[in-house]
Design a binder for this molecule. Structure first.
Ligand code: G3I
Length: 364
């Protein structure tokens, strides 16, 4: 059957603005089907279902998102974060996250649930005061309640949870400042996995299904201080005989500055050697200046291939997730002014050369 991208691209060609740079022909072979044939679990994408974002009402976007042969997994970009799920202490808002889970279930897609403990996107009741070690027991209770509530509520609908997101500071490898660190100290990290594994055990008892428990980080895709610190952090959990199942490699890259395939594979292998699953969790490759040139688009394709290829090279790498597939919904332009075009598809839904390059890699 013809890929949905082919149909969508034809529609786009008929109606959209002229492309401002050369585009590759649309995809014809679905990425999820291809990566599964290589023994991986999924090729997935982030998506956003908050009322303030456009994805819910964009029918073309929805059609692609719901094509399981293209995307075998979804990650909610914001819908399961702390500020959305527990805006008032002890009062949970599960609805936005549930929408993602319902769509994914209807499509037979996995969901990487994202995320439980982070220093960002926290509700004001957590950030509007200073926490100290005197609050250790209080914060442990808050953390336990949040983790347990979300894991047991969404239960086996989550294939995996990012239990702790981005725990480390770039460059130094120190733990990020957060209410959790301020009150509980470094022990917050293994404790989060203890609470998560206890909750996952409840889900297992009720459903028979295991949820994979991940730490998710960026700039861990190559050797360096941060990656070494992450290895130590993971081992500190294992040394306490607490369960940790996987490491996420976010992989937010810049065109021409993406680590090569062997470098990325070597970083993943270090964690796989500890017995962990690994995954590319938030892949995108942005242009630091716009518009892209043809040579730039070719380089971007190579950069995407290096990252997807590194997952193929490591047996314990379960899959690849892009941090949305459509430039229209990319987080980049609002965070890095003047940068963008980081996703596989341009804002008119035309496929970039990266799509065909990944297909070629996966079909090879
Ligand atoms: O929901 C509010 C809305 O009420 C308000 O009117 C609007 C005005 O700015 O903001 C909306 O919230 C935005 C939210 O996305 C939902 O669209 C926030 O401002 C905005 O900061 C937030 O950005 C998200 C970002 O995480 C926050 O750190 C991005 O969409 C999301 O893609 C991004 O995802 C992160 C991963 O979780 C972790 N790794 C890095 C990745 C990229 O930053």
């Amino acid at each position: 059957m013809k890929s949905i991208f082919a149909v969508v691209a034809l529609l786009a060609l008929a109606t959209a603005r002229p492309a401002h740079h050369a585009r590759q022909a649309p995809a014809t072979t679905p990425l999820n089907d291809l990566i599964k044939a290589k023994g991986k679990l999924y090729f997935g994408t982030a998506t956003d279902f908050l009322d303030t974002t456009g994805e819910r009402t964009d029918t073309t976007y929805q059609e692609i998102l719901n094509t399981t042969s293209e995307f075998g997994a979804q990650t909610p970009g914001n819908a399961m974060k702390y500020d959305t799920t527990e805006p008032t202490q002890g009062q949970f808002n599960y609805a936005p996250g549930q929408q993602v889970l319902d769509y994914a279930a209807a499509n037979g897609q996995l969901v990487r649930c994202h995320n439980l403990i982070w220093h960002q996107q926290l509700p004001s009741w957590l950030t509007s005061r200073t926490w100290t070690s005197a609050d250790n027991a209080t914060l442990q209770g808050i953390m336990k309640n949040h983790i347990t509530s979300l894991i047991t509520h969404y239960a086996d609908a989550c294939y995996a949870w990012d239990v702790v997101n981005e725990p480390l500071v770039d460059g130094t490898g120190a733990l990020q400042s957060s209410p959790w660190l301020d009150a509980i100290g470094p022990e917050y990290f293994p404790l989060a996995f203890k609470f998560a594994s206890d909750a996952a055990a409840q889900v297992k008892a009720a459903t028979g299904k295991d949820i994979k428990l991940y730490v998710n980080e960026y700039n861990d895709e190559y050797a360096g201080t941060k990656t070494t610190a992450l290895l130590n952090l993971v081992q500190s959990v294992q040394a306490r005989e607490i369960r940790i199942d996987g490491v996420g490699f976010e992989s937010h890259f810049i065109v021409g500055q993406t680590p090569d395939r062997a470098t990325q594979a070597a970083a993943k292998k270090q964690f796989a050697d500890l017995g962990l699953d690994v995954a590319v969790t938030e892949l995108d490759v942005r242009f630091s200046s716009l518009p892209p040139t043809s040579a730039g688009l070719a380089q971007q394709a190579t950069d995407y291939v290096n990252s997807v290829g590194s997952c193929l090279d490591v047996e314990k790498c379960v899959g690849v997730t892009v941090w949305d597939f459509e430039d229209k919904y990319s987080w980049i332009p609002s965070t890095f002014s003047g940068q963008g075009e980081a996703d596989l598809y341009s804002d008119d839904y035309s496929a970039k050369p990266a799509v065909a390059a990944i297909q070629e890699l996966l079909a090879g």
